[in-house]
Design a binder for this molecule. Structure first.
Ligand code: GRG
Length: 281
């Protein structure tokens, strides 16, 4: 069973890669360096976790859902934009991303910022241009996606993260992670449910499920950072010393425990889905 899930997930990841490649071809015409910068970040080897989650929530693990690839690409575009911005000198000042030089190192800060803005806008364009989805659906998807970026999502979470001051409680840290990371996972799951035409109650359960997965994912990410010096060695300054994480607050074991509890909560939330709630065949 595990092998089956692994195969489905990796297959969907490859399909998303192909759809992204098609969405931003080399001949986009945006100006060579800008197109190169966009492709450098978007097509770099990422896990495509958010896009895959959206596809599974749309039922692509069980039947073909070609109309779900546009929103899956959109969510990966938003994610790629957020990574470009996160790496900027004024934010995390990171030099490496997905095994490649960070965008601002390769193309300069101005082009990196423009590539991020372009990707963000392309994301909304891709959703609104998917004619296999009806107009109401496209509007709902756009609302869900933009909601996860703005004042209740990535931007607010990143702002809170950058301005976080110790001491912080676990709840305060989780509230940052919910916005910085959870919101996009929640949007992915919710958008998949919307594409599949699920009920409002199911879409809400999927949103909660995505949020729990996303917050746990952030903790796993912080655990990986803590146990390997790979990433931190590439970061030249700032924040890493003070970044609010559960690992820093409570130690590795307690953070592991919290991430596992989050995954259990996610499983309970997905079990609230209606009769055909299975995300994978
Ligand atoms: C306007 C889109 C936009 C963003 C502005 C910079 C910012 C606000 C938000 C950044 C939030 C951030 C960096 C959250 C961390 C999320 C995270 C765990 C990233 C790593 O995700 P993975 O492991 O990466 O899925 P890959 O490379 O596999 O895709």
């Amino acid at each position: 069973m595990h092998q089956h899930i692994h195969n489905v997930v990796s297959q969907i990841g490859k399909q998303i890669d192909a759809a992204l490649e098609e969405a931003v071809p080399e001949t986009t015409g945006a100006g060579d360096d800008l197109t190169r910068a966009i492709r450098h970040s978007l097509l770099a080897p990422g896990k495509r976790a958010r896009g895959v989650l959206l596809m599974l929530a749309a039922g692509h693990g069980q039947a073909e859902r070609p109309e779900a690839f546009a929103p899956a690409c959109a969510i990966e575009m938003v994610h790629a934009a957020s990574l470009i911005f996160d790496d900027l000198p004024s934010m995390d000042n990171a030099t490496l991303r997905r095994g490649r030089p960070a965008s601002h190192c390769e193309f300069g800060e101005a082009t990196a910022i423009l590539a991020g803005i372009a990707l963000l806008n392309e994301a909304y364009a891709v959703v609104s241009a998917e004619h296999r989805l009806d107009g109401d659906c496209r509007a709902d998807l756009t609302r869900m996606l933009s909601g996860s970026v703005g004042l209740e999502g990535l931007v607010a979470g990143q702002f809170a993260d950058l301005h976080a001051k110790a001491p912080m409680t676990a709840e305060q840290i989780e509230s940052i992670h919910a916005r910085k990371t959870g919101a996009l996972f929640a949007a992915a799951a919710q958008m998949g449910g919307r594409v599949a035409g699920r009920s409002a109650a199911d879409i809400e359960a999927l949103r909660d499920f995505g949020m729990s997965i996303g917050v746990a994912f952030q903790t796993f990410d912080d655990l990986l950072d803590a146990v390997s010096s790979r990433e931190t060695a590439s970061k030249t300054v700032r924040h890493d010393g003070e970044k609010p994480t559960l690992v820093r607050l409570n130690g590795v074991e307690a953070a592991e425990e919290a991430a596992r509890a989050g995954m259990d909560r996610a499983m309970a939330q997905v079990s609230e889905l209606g009769p055909d709630g299975q995300l994978l065949a």
